[in-house]
Every structure is written in C-alpha cells, then in structure tokens.
Write a protein that binds this ligand. Structure first.
Ligand code: AMP
Ligand code: ZN
Length: 130
C-alpha cells in the first residue's frame, strides 16, 4: 500500500486540514512554505494523467477552496497550486496529489523559474497536434 493510502487509512498520522468522502487534505511534512498542503483523492490513482475527470475535478476544486482559505488566514500574498506528474517532473509519491504552496516573499524556500530554450514554435505546434 502506498504511503498516502496509509495516511488515508489512518495507519500513519497526519495533520488533516480537510476531509470528505472522496478527498483528504493534509499538511505536507516538508512545509516548503508555512501552510504547504497536499490535496489527494481517497482512491488510489497514480497521477493526474491517469485519474478520471471526476477525481481531478474534486481535487482541484477542493485545492482552490483551501488555497483561498490558506492565503487569507495565513496572510500569504500568493499561492502556487501544482501537481507533479512523473519522476522527471519531481513526483516522489505515486498517488495523485495537488500541492498548495502559499507564497510570502522572494526568500521563500521554493523558487519556480521559467528559463528559455531555442525552439521552432511551428514545429513544436505540429508535433503536439500529431
Ligand atoms: P511529490 O514530490 O510531488 O510527489 O510530493 C510528495 C510530497 O509528499 C513531498 O512534498 C513530501 O514532503 C510529502 N510527504 C511525504 N511523506 C509525507 C507524510 N508522511 N506526511 C506528509 N507529507 C508527506
Ligand atoms: Zn495510494
């Protein structure tokens, strides 16, 4: 059984922020910023690409609601809501989860930077469309 399924089954303790029949939200143990939260479906599914639409919908709508609550109550100035999908994208637990990472200032322990590469946009577009 995966570590998040064990948390969902209360076999491993966690700090629960929200729970309903389908979704659980807990504090991420790493607390990359204060209030860092994980929103996951109770049913085991590997990642956002493998999940059914209803599961994704429930998780992302819960994440949005909790993100608003976290930003307000922890006085954050912004928030990243993201899901890592696959090892190359940084996914370390193979049970779908959305990170809510409230942002405070540029010295946060998380930096998200978009660098640039040289690409021919028309050939990229053609390859994506297949
Ligand atoms: P990811 O790298 O996107 O798969 O995220 C997995 C996250 O799960 C990491 O941010 C970990 O800190 C977090 N994590 C791992 N084990 C636990 C746990 N027992 N309780 C809370 N968060 C955890
Ligand atoms: Zn699981």
């Amino acid at each position: 059984m995966c570590i998040f399924c064990k948390i969902i089954n209360h076999e491993i303790p966690s700090s629960v922020i929200y729970e309903d029949d389908d979704v659980l939200a807990i504090l991420d143990i790493s607390q990359v910023t204060r209030g860092h939260t994980l929103v996951m479906p109770k049913k085991h599914v590997r990642n956002v690409l493998e999940a059914d639409e209803e599961t994704v919908q429930k998780c992302i709508l819960t994440a949005r609601k909790l993100a608003a609550q976290i930003v307000t109550n922890l006085h954050a100035s912004g928030v990243n809501i993201l899901t890592n999908c696959g090892e190359s994208a940084g996914q370390s637990v193979d049970h779908l989860h959305f990170h809510i990472i409230p942002r405070y200032d540029s010295s946060d322990a998380i930096q998200i930077t978009f660098g640039e590469t040289e690409q021919d946009l028309e050939s990229v577009r053609r390859d994506i469309l297949g």
